[in-house]
Every structure is written in C-alpha cells, then in structure tokens.
Design a binder for this molecule. Sequence first.
Ligand SMILES: NC(=O)c1ccc[n+]([C@@H]2O[C@H](COP(=O)([O-])OP(=O)(O)OC[C@H]3O[C@@H](n4cnc5c(N)ncnc54)[C@H](OP(=O)(O)O)[C@@H]3O)[C@@H](O)[C@H]2O)c1
Length: 284
Amino acid sequence: MNPPQVALVTGANSGFGLALSRALAQKGFKVYATYRSPRKAGFLWEISSALPVYPLLMDVNRDPSVQRAVKQVLKREGHIDVLLNNAGFVMAGFWEDLSDKDIREQFETNVFGLLRVTRAVLPSMRRRGSGKILNIGSIAAFTAVPGLGAYSATKHAVNALTEALRLEARPFGVDVAEINPGEVKTSIVQNTRRGERVLSAKSPYTPFTRQFEAFAKERFVHAAPVEKLTNVVLKALGDSPMKRRYLVKPQDYGVYYLRRFMPDSLWEWALSRMFPWSRFPQKV
Ligand SMILES: NC(=O)c1ccc[n+]([C@@H]2O[C@H](COP(=O)([O-])OP(=O)(O)OC[C@H]3O[C@@H](n4cnc5c(N)ncnc54)[C@H](OP(=O)(O)O)[C@@H]3O)[C@@H](O)[C@H]2O)c1
C-alpha cells in the first residue's frame, strides 16, 4: 500500500481551507492544515480528532512563521506532495478611498503570502522531482469590478505568477495550476475588510460604495456551496499533469469566456448596466 500523500493547506481555519482540509483527509491525504489565529481554530481541532488533519500555526504574512511551519512538516514527513495556497482576504473600497497601507496589506497576504509559502515549499519539491502546487485565484483575475479593484489586482497578480511558475517549475517535475472560483459560500464576506477611508462621510464614493455592497451581498445569497469547489480541487489533484486553470461553476465559465472574447467596449457596457452610477454624467 502506498503511504498517504502529504498536503499543506494555508488559511485552513474557515471557508475553502477548512472544507479542503476535511475533503483531502477523507480522500486519504495527511493534511497539515495551517491557521494564524488560535482562537479561530476550533473547527480544525474538532475535525482533527476524527481525520488525519494536523492543525499548525502559520501566518503567511510572517516569514519566520512560514519557515517554522514548513520545516516542522518536512522534519516530520520528509516531503510535501501538495501545497494549496488558499489564505486570502478582501480589502474592499474604491481606489481613491484606499490608502497605500490598505493596498499593501492586501498584496502582503494575497500575493506575497502566497509567494512566501511557495518559496518555502518549492525547493523540497524540486529536489524530490515531484509535487503539486494549486493556487486559489478568483474570477477577479479576469476582470475588475469597481469597489474591488485592490482585491482584483492581487488575483490578476496570482494569475500571472501562476502562469510563469508553471513553466519554470515543470522541468523539475513540479506541477502548478490555478483555480478561479466565482462566489462560493464561505466566511469571505464576514471577513472582508474596508479601507481606512471607505464609507467616510467625506468620501464622494460613499453612495456608490453602499450600492456596491448591497449588490455584492445579494450576489452572495446565491453563492455556490463550498462542495462545488472541493470537488473541483480533488479533480485537479487527480489530473496528471494538472490543467493550467480550473473553473468551478457555469457562471464562472461565462465570465471567463465573455471577458476573453468580448470587446472591451461591450464588456464595459454590460458592467454599466449592472452599475448604472458608473456612467458619465448626462450633459444638460
Ligand atoms: N468565497 C469566495 O467566493 C471566493 C471566490 C474566489 C476566490 N476566493 C479565495 O479563496 C480563498 C479562501 O477564501 P474563503 O472564501 O475561504 O474566505 P474565508 O472563509 O474568509 O477564509 C480565508 C482564510 O484565509 C486566512 N487568512 C487570511 N489572512 C491570513 C494570513 N495572513 N495568514 C494565514 N491565513 C490567513 C483566514 O484566516 P483568519 O480567519 O485568521 O482571518 C481564513 O482562514 C481566498 O484566497 C479568496 O480570495 C474566495
């Protein structure tokens, strides 16, 4: 019998990370499920009593924390077969309402955090000549909606770095891919942060921000259950080699192909139907 494969999941205390840790363990993986906040790790510890899930502290923003966790897994297991770069959050706000600090924090986790963990894990995969890295992107990698510009920029960056890393790591036997989900029911809305100046009385964008937030809330009412995503991830990890990209729902395919093949003007027209306030003011 083959020994179980070893997976490392970031941001595993809620949402995708928690569901993926459970689903992978049920499929026979040994899962190192990392979290940054002990007070939020209750569910993880709960599932770890019944499944091969090993909760481990890791803040992807902090180099020593990432190094410590990866070293611990490598010391115990000797290798990591699968890295799921999942940790991330949304910094909401119109660009002018976001400070440099807000935007840096968004990139620190969603882009530099992902790179930090990848850098810590990749050398061991490369030396072993095998391994899979799956980055959790978003459909925000293909288009940017107003109010989520910073988040979209990070997911565009994840898209680009996945595309490059995929070919760079391939000669060493390491397979890299990306999954681009649209709205899925997790804690992402509750965990969304707003930039410092967002919704301030002084901001000229406040009425638009309110409308955008109501729109986003409504979209999440119809979000897909998390199992849709876990099924696609399990399928991706079963592929050898993995495809460049995995989409989750029919609507996500719609966004991907329409944005790719529609002229910009037509795409903007469609967005301006969704966000009527985003048009030029009528001249009188
Ligand atoms: N849900 C969706 O509709 C959707 C769609 C497309 C893409 N995504 C992407 O999916 C990923 C997971 O999001 P989710 O929907 O599962 O949201 P979630 O329930 O809010 O989970 C996000 C996870 O990331 C963790 N995290 C944030 N910053 C971290 C850090 N510095 N170090 C370690 N962990 C950190 C959070 O930990 P704390 O609880 O401690 O904050 C949490 O465990 C994100 O990359 C997100 O952009 C989600």
